[in-house]
Design a protein around this ligand. Sequence first.
Ligand code: MSP
Length: 653
Amino acid sequence: MEENKKFYLTTPIYYPSDKLHIGHAYTTVAADAVIRYKKMRGYDTYFLTGTDEHGQKLQRRAEEVGQTPQEFIDHIVAGIKELWQLLNIEYDDFIRTTEPRHQKVAQALFQKIYDQGDIYKSEYTGWYCTPCETLFTERQLVDGKCPDCGRPVELTHEESYFFKMSKYADRWLQFIEKNPNFIQPASRKNEMINFVKQGLEDLCVSRTTFNWGIPVPFDEKHVIYVWFDALVNYISALGYGTENDSLYQKLWPADVHLMAKDIIRFHSIIWPIILMAADLPLPKKVLAHGWLMMSDGKMSKSKGNVVDPVILVERYGVDAIRYFLLREMGYGLDATYSEEALVNRINIDLANDYGNLLSRTTSMIEKFQGGIVKTPAEPTEFDAELIAMAQEVLPQFEAYMDKIDPANALATVWKLVNKANKYIDEAAPWALNKAGQTAKLQTVLYNLAEVIRQTTIMISPVMPNTAPKVWAQMGISDRAEKQNWESLVWGGFPVNTKIERGEPLFPRIDFDAFLKEQEEKAAAAAAAAAKAEAAAKAEAEFVPIAPEITIDDFAKLDFRVAKVISCEKVPKADKLLKMQVLVGKEERTIVSGIAMHYTAEEMVGKQLVLVANLKPAKLRGIESCGMILAASHGDKMAVLEVPAEINPGGRVK
Ligand code: MSP
């Protein structure tokens, strides 16, 4: 390796239209792990991330919540930065496309390409997908919807500037031929080649129907198309074209642009052609990983199936989440997220395999050797197998990380972890101890300590918080020279080190208990919500108390006990029952609106309270002589009943 070779890696700049989810976290965590790895390998690294803050989508989102776009965005960007801090992301720069340092460069580049005649004014008629910020021709739509995300598109017709992409199609194809590793994985490369071969159309690079964007420098009615604006971030962040362009000089071209497959077209076709037109070097590699899927499709805010990384980190810890994300998603492939898969990775890979290797080793060193790692004897054939595997794993791990394939890199380390666990079972140090085979015992325990040291160095870029805990337990916290990449030569563990056995690194998670707890929490929350809803409803239904009356007013009302002798439904009236009631000796007909709550049969024999001196009224042609009392609240109603010991005709006061 050349001394101080540079390595410049970028993530997409995310839209701050919502909180980011674990899909976004995947890309950024992968980038961070690769950067940490490259740093350990002596590279002069530079890691750029940021936010893509213009465009129709953001303008609309802000309008929806009654904020200016900048207010809306600032809030979300603050949350994104906090998320990266929580996930232990060590970026060198965070570019925001609303920053003047970016806007100047985007405008200058637009102007440069215009001046040389590669941008021209015309009219655009087509279909716009706002979530994807992409224009499509009628022909490109699938079932009238966006061919990329399947969502509805809007017809747009406007004056626009166009970028002469078509002019560069052949040059692009030649470039790809000469640089066969430019687009990774190869399957994506073939897709892109096919896309270009089908005929590259000029790209609409300005909009006039909204104004949340960078003004076209020579025509302020237009804003620069958000994707043109966004892609430029990879050089604007380095000060390209400004007086202070030392970073650009040092770092460009980028070594890798990392992203998911959804935006590979923008990075592998549009961006290189912009650079060709501007006569600038092209990035070395554009790499698209797959999507993190939910059981019901791609994770996306509009579907409402997103998983918040903040919650996962609180629940399981940052290193477990980083490990899970990187281990689960195979190179270029999609992966399906489930909390169960996450817990399985924690329980099996981290608690059982790696965590146990550490705790078994430290406990045996403590028990059999007073906590001291002792000098090993010459390896036997049996030991040699473990050592050989360690020596094989290292270059494989490096090759995978260099290729940006963390899943396979981690799988490779786990081969060694598992081998070491098997080595314990087979060597049976407890038996060696019992048999007094001290030299053999010392060798086995030394080899285990060395495997722990080597695997921990390899996984430290993925789990940066775990490594220091392991160094502490292995007694080499202050031995930095034993923790670096150069020390990955078998036999580096310092003998006579006193180890310090500690807590398990990754306690096992009882997933069933967790699920039960979640269910109980959900049930309690649902019960509380129902209670609150009932209270709110009661409040809303409470009829205000009527104005005050005097006792004389009240005395005018003559309430009597009335016994129902017979009852029937009033034909063609859903709500009415007709009753014959007995009041003293007198029989009366009463019509009452209670048929929704009582059947005619139920009413017979009941003793009710009747307003006996109410002026008779006709209901559906039947004269009702009085009114019975009923209590009601909301949609519930009950007639007032009087016990049988009071005879019909008795007074109610
Ligand atoms: N703003 C553009 C990018 C401009 S780069 C010059 C954009 N932003 S985005 O917020 O939609 O982010 C897309 C990127 O987020 C994907 O390319 C990928 O890196 C990451 N992911 C978003 N959802 C993801 C999954 N479900 N799975 C994996 N990666 C995901 O596009």
